[in-house]
Design a protein around this ligand. Sequence first.
Ligand SMILES: NCc1[nH]cc(CCC(=O)O)c1CC(=O)O
Length: 314
Amino acid sequence: MSALQRPVVIGTRDSALALWQTHWVLERLKELYPEQSFEVKHIKTKGDKILDVALAKIGDKGLFTKELEVAMLNGEIDMAVHSMKDLPTVLPEGCTIGAICVREDCRDILISRDGGGLEDLPQVAKVGTASLRRKAQLWKVRPDLQLVDIRGNLQTRMRKMEEQNLDGLILAAAGVKRLGWAEKITEYIPVDMCLPAVGQGSVGIEIREGDEEIGRLVGALNHAESAVCVRAERALLRTLEGGCQVPIGSLGRLCGDKLIVDGVVASLDGKNICRDQVEGDPADPEEAGVRLAEKLLQQGAREILIQVRQETDL
Ligand SMILES: NCc1[nH]cc(CCC(=O)O)c1CC(=O)O
C-alpha cells in the first residue's frame, strides 16, 4: 500500500492502559507500513473527567468514547483506539469498527491483600469493584462479601485498595497484564464462575464509515477469531439493550468449526441469575448472539432487566 501524503492521526484517551493499547496498535501499523508517518493525539473523555460517581449512576453510553468519535468525524483524528468493552454496541452515524484486534486474556482476576484466592478471603471481606456484572456473579459464590464501588484508572484503583483498606480488588486480567502487573494477580476467576464483560480483553479500532484508505490500513490488524467471538457477544448485548450499567456478561469461543457463546443476565443482588449457552456458525456470529439473547429473555432475563432498570433508575 502506498503511503498517505500526510500523517495518519490516532486518537486515544490518556490513561496508562489506553496509551499502552494505542502504542501497541501504532507499533503494529509501523511494522506493516514503514513508509507511513503516524501521530498520536490524546483526548479526554467524560469518563476520564467524572471519577467520583459510580459508572452505573452516570449510566451514559459512550462515556469513554464519544469525544473521540466527535474528533474523528471532525477530521482531527483518523481512528480511535478503544477497549472493545467500553465501545457501545450501537455506534454514532458515520462511525464503524475497522478492526477488532487479537484478544488478551478475557478473564477477571482477583488481587488480594493476603495473596489468596476468592475462597481464602475472610468472611465479609471488603472487595473493590465498580461493576454490577462482577458483583452479581461473585455474590452468588460469596454472598458474604462486601463489594464496594471503586472507580478510576488502574493505578488509582490500586491506590484506593491501600487507602480504603480493602481485602481485594477485582479487575480485568487484560488491563493488569498490559500494565505489567501480572505478578500481583492472586487468582484468575474462572469464566464458569464469572463471565467477562462483552468484548473484554480486546482492543478495537473505530474509523469513519466509508474511509477506505484508513479502512484498508487498519483492516490488517483485525484478528478473525477474536472478531467472530466479540461480534457474537456484542449482538447479544445489543439485543438485550444493556450498557455497562446492567449486569450482563458474555463470552464467545471457537471450538473447532463451532462458535460457542455463553451469556449471563443477573439481578443486582446476584440472587436471580439467568445463564445459558448456544452453539452457532462462526460465519454468522450475530445470529448466535441474538439467539442466545432471546433464549435468556425467555428464561427470565426480561423480568430481571426490567427490575434492574427500575432499581438503577435509568
Ligand atoms: N471499564 C474500564 C476498563 N476497560 C477495559 C479494561 C480492561 C482491559 C480490557 O478489558 O480490554 C478496563 C479495566 C477493568 O475493567 O479492570
